[in-house]
Design a protein around this ligand. Structure first.
Ligand SMILES: *Cc1c(COP(=O)(O)O)cnc(C)c1O
Length: 440
């Protein structure tokens, strides 16, 4: 999901500024770029490129920072699995006391496989199938966030048929503008998400009357990569009004799921101000007497990942730096015009004369471009670079377009590192395919 590019008149942050803004990164004269205590050149040497590397310490520290900001409030953090669904990532967050927010059967299965208990799982999403609802009910997960009147009726029928009661939060659409990229704003009336604000009270009352349904509260999620607290204040204020309106009707409300959306700095700017965000929660929602649930994804994992890539060649009189990573690995620049920092991994590569280059991948699409007119030290074929902030909505969105295999993933923790996913082998690309008899 998107990072707006820095204002086009602002110069790109320098490589030094990018590193300085990220405590998990450091540049050493001999070992080059380090993620925590591990030289990234060492991992590239073992795994080859492209390869993803995640920092366990960064994920852990960010969850701890968020929880510290929320202290004293009755809160539960459910990590949004879609941002990065690797089992090791889920295990790490579970160990830190987070549950999971899932949006599909696959994510629910992943969360369970990683050892997350059903009572710590919430199911969101605008189009859950009957099969998915059945699984959620069979597992008796904590909560299903229902996004429409139609889904509510469907869930009631499924639950009643199974002799189960679904704990339901109604996802309301507060009709506020999160001020983020159009492709990742979700809280406007014209977006497909949630139940229109004006219909929420009636639908909640209907939910309370349905067999198989126990309404427990409201949910909202206004978008992603949100950098200011103002849209949260507006959305939470509307949600609090609804809680009062529901209680005035004699309806019980015990939970408010505040969604995710906290943004990160993709350049050298700060990310969402988490302490101020928690302050808004406290001020607007702190006295409602509900459990406040959060579903952060990007903020927890985005800064923790890098994509390592090597320069295949430089063409066009130095204009195009062609990497061995491509849009099939990291699609965010092509899909959301996202801006990602790019940093040479070898210290020696920092000192070449700076040039303005386009950093591209080898895939046959013009949108296979990681950066345009980027000031970078001159890079030669074989040089390795790290594409920064590739922990969220990155490896999870990879494809095998151009019959390119999925890249391996390593995780570092202090001075330790481990491979957490092997590079896909070519045979896996066609393993499920069949030549039909009429072509045999
Ligand atoms: C995607 C999503 C999230 C996580 O969003 P981030 O911007 O990654 O924090 C949380 N809740 C819901 C319902 C989502 O769809």
């Amino acid at each position: 999901m998107a990072a707006p590019a820095p204002a086009s008149d602002a110069p790109d942050p320098s490589v030094a500024a990018l590193i300085a803004a990220r405590p998990q990164l450091s540049m050493h004269a001999h070992d080059g770029l380090l993620l925590e205590g591990v030289p990234l050149a060492r991992i590239a040497g073992v795994l080859g490129t492209p390869a993803w590397v995640y920092s366990a310490g960064t994920m852990r520290a960010r969850l701890a920072e968020l929880k510290a900001a929320l202290h004293g409030m009755d809160t539960q953090v459910h990590y949004a699995v879609k941002a990065n669904d690797h089992l090791a990532v889920l295990r790490l967050f579970a160990a830190g006391g987070a549950g999971a927010d899932v949006v599909s059967e696959g994510e629910l299965r992943r969360a369970r496989h990683a050892g997350i208990a059903p009572e710590h799982i919430v199911f969101s999403g605008v189009g859950k199938s009957v099969r998915e609802l059945r699984l959620a009910l069979a597992e008796d997960i904590a909560q299903i966030n229902v996004e429409s009147a139609e889904e509510l009726e469907m869930l009631s029928a499924v639950a009643a048929g199974m002799g189960r009661i679904a704990r339901v939060a109604l996802r309301i659409n507060p009709d506020v503008d999160a001020g983020t990229h159009a492709k990742i704003t979700t809280g406007r009336a014209e977006n497909k998400f949630g139940i229109p604000y004006a219909e929420a009270v009636e639908l909640y009352a209907r939910a309370a009357s349905l067999p198989g349904i126990r309404p427990v509260g409201l949910a909202l999620h206004i978008g992603s990569q949100i950098l200011s607290v103002a849209p949260y204040r507006a959305a939470y204020t509307r949600a609090a009004e609804l809680v009062h309106a529901l209680r005035a009707r004699g309806l019980e409300v015990s939970r408010l799921d505040c969604g995710g959306g906290l943004g990160i700095g993709y350049g050298d700017e700060p990310g969402a101000p988490v302490a101020a965000f928690a302050g808004v929660m406290r001020a607007v929602l702190g006295n409602l007497g509900v459990t406040l649930m959060l579903e952060p994804g990007r903020w927890l994992v985005g800064p923790a990942g890098v994509l390592l890539a090597s320069v295949v060649l430089v063409k066009g009189h130095g204009r195009f730096v062609v990497l061995d990573a491509a849009m099939n690995d990291l699609v965010r620049p092509a899909m959301y015009d996202a801006w990602h920092g790019i940093v040479p991994v070898a210290a020696a590569d920092l000192h070449g004369p700076a040039a303005s280059v386009d950093v591209v991948g080898p895939v046959c699409e013009s949108s296979d471009t990681f950066a345009r007119n980027r000031a970078l030290p001159a890079l030669r074929a074989g040089a390795t670079v790290a594409i920064l902030d590739a922990g969220a909505y990155s490896a999870v969105m990879s494809s095998t377009y151009n019959a390119r295999t999925l890249a391996p993933i390593a995780m570092v923790d202090g001075a330790d590192w481990s491979v957490i996913r092997d590079r896909q082998v070519y045979e896996e690309l066609w393993a499920g395919e069949r030549i039909p008899p009429f072509l045999a």
